[in-house]
Design a protein around this ligand. Structure first.
Ligand code: ZN
Length: 257
């Protein structure tokens, strides 16, 4: 696959000329166990030097995953809802947590998810809530800090640094998978244009330049083309004026509780 990366390199050179850096982070969703795909993800993280935040589904998480991540500090487990069940009515988009559901039931499931992750992963996990399908209603978001979460992560540029008092928002911004078309790679040129546009929006003050820019992947469904694009993108980003962000940077009040 030969792609024209010049829109991205041109934009990154503008950042460099202004002496500015872009905070970058990586989130990968739906881990429950050690699989060949997870090992491929781990290898890519090591090769590129970019830590990967694993949004782990607590209800399905296996102890071998906890052992695997404990030995690899470049893997940072986060809390991916509770069971990744679609509880939304048919008239709504898929969601484990939806405005149609009882806030008490949702809060209980989130708490169970966090407790389960703590008991499995101990200090190696980070209390960042990643709602399945990137959807969570305000009735739940307003309670997450009290439940023990320090941040929430969904998709698209954030409107504000905090989603609720005591709860930072650290979203993801680029998903290379075309979910409606057999989970193939979105056209590479389109992805490159999207990143360049998103970086330009930050540079020009039209988007929050402080929000860590997040790459969102799903290791279990990647084909070779998606792996290859992800590797190329990460290495090109690392050539640019960036700094790598991890959940370890969450301030103490918004970090471990
Ligand atoms: Zn998911």
């Amino acid at each position: 696959m030969t792609l024209d990366w010049s829109p991205l390199t041109t934009e990154m050179s503008r950042w460099r000329a202004e002496g500015r850096t872009i905070p970058i982070w990586w989130r990968d969703d739906d881990a429950v166990a050690v699989t060949p795909e997870l090992e491929q993800l781990q290898n890519l993280s090591v090769i590129t030097g970019v830590p990967v935040h694993l949004a782990v589904i607590p209800a399905g998480a296996k102890s071998d995953l906890a052992t695997f991540t404990a030995e690899r500090p470049n893997l940072l487990p986060l809390v991916h809802g509770w069971s990744h069940t679609n509880n939304a009515p048919r008239s709504e988009k898929k969601a484990e947590f939806s405005v149609s559901l009882d806030p008490e039931d949702m809060a209980r499931d989130c708490k169970t998810g966090l407790t389960t992750m703590r008991s499995l992963f101990g200090d190696a996990m980070w209390p960042v809530f990643v709602p399945p399908w990137n959807r969570a209603p305000d009735t739940l978001i307003s309670r997450l800090a009290d439940l023990g979460f320090s941040a929430i992560s969904t998709f698209k540029p954030r409107n504000a640094m905090h989603a609720a008092p005591g709860l930072q928002r650290i979203n993801t911004h680029l998903d290379p998978i075309n979910w409606r078309q057999d989970k193939v790679l979105v056209a590479g040129d389109r992805l490159i244009a999207q990143i360049a546009d998103q970086f330009a929006a930050r540079r020009e003050g039209r988007a929050d330049a402080e929000e860590p820019y997040g790459l969102l992947t799903h290791h279990l469904v990647h084909d070779e083309t998606i792996w290859s694009f992800t590797r190329d993108l990460l290495s090109r980003l690392c050539d640019g004026p960036i700094r790598l962000w991890t959940a370890r940077e969450l301030t103490p009040a918004e970090g471990k509780v």
